[in-house]
Design a protein around this ligand. Structure first.
Ligand SMILES: [Zn+2]
Length: 199
């Protein structure tokens, strides 16, 4: 089974669909294939490229007259909305957004060892919202205490941000659909520039 990531016209991930539907949308020119360099291909271009491809990570669809690579990412040409449901501001979603890592030391922790940290402390008017909350391990939390990161001599590995992914997308992801390498730059705006834990 090969799922395809669907982006809207502005390249925001909005859904995951089947390869059949993806090819259908491509065929009727409602969508284009997007490659890892953000290049877009319409149906004719993609057919041409597929013919020259020896390998395709998601395989090919073959009929007696054509061979077409199953795309991994498509973008809708006429749809620019975001799904109505935004990621809710919940402890679990915050952990997921930051991949269960401390935003100060970058290490991965079990949830019971991960705190939520107000970057601008509450005592100084820091808000409890996506733009001021990050995950932090107990050690970093104690070190930072009631200071700004700069005052505590700490550097943030990632800044607070709101998840890009929609409710619909995270639902699909929770349904155990593997995130493909080619999807990563579209589904998560937190990029951890460190070696991933071997776990
Ligand atoms: Zn830490």
């Amino acid at each position: 089974m090969s799922e395809v990531l669907v982006l809207n016209r502005n390249y925001y991930a909005i859904q995951i669909t089947s390869w059949r539907r993806a090819l259908g949308l491509l065929y009727v020119e409602h969508a284009e294939v997007i490659d890892e360099e953000y290049r877009a291909y319409n149906f004719a271009d993609w057919l041409e490229i597929s013919r020259m491809m020896e390998n395709s990570p998601s395989g090919f669809v073959r009929t007696p007259s054509l061979k077409i690579a199953i795309p991994e990412v498509i973008a809708l040409k006429f749809y620019d909305k975001l799904p109505a449901s935004e990621a809710k501001f919940t402890r679990k979603n915050i952990y997921e957004h930051y991949s269960y890592r401390c935003c100060y030391c970058g290490k991965k922790f079990p949830t019971n060892a991960l705190n939520l940290d107000h970057v601008v402390p509450r005592s100084r008017g820091g808000r409890t919202s996506w733009d001021n909350i990050v995950t932090s391990c107990v050690r970093c939390n104690i070190k930072k205490s009631n200071c700004l990161p700069s005052e505590a001599g700490m550097k943030m590995l990632v800044s607070p941000s709101k998840p890009k992914w929609s409710g619909a997308l995270s639902l699909a992801l929770r349904a155990n659909i593997r995130i493909k390498t080619s999807w990563q730059k579209f589904v998560d705006n937190v990029y951890w520039n460190i070696e991933l834990d071997r776990d």
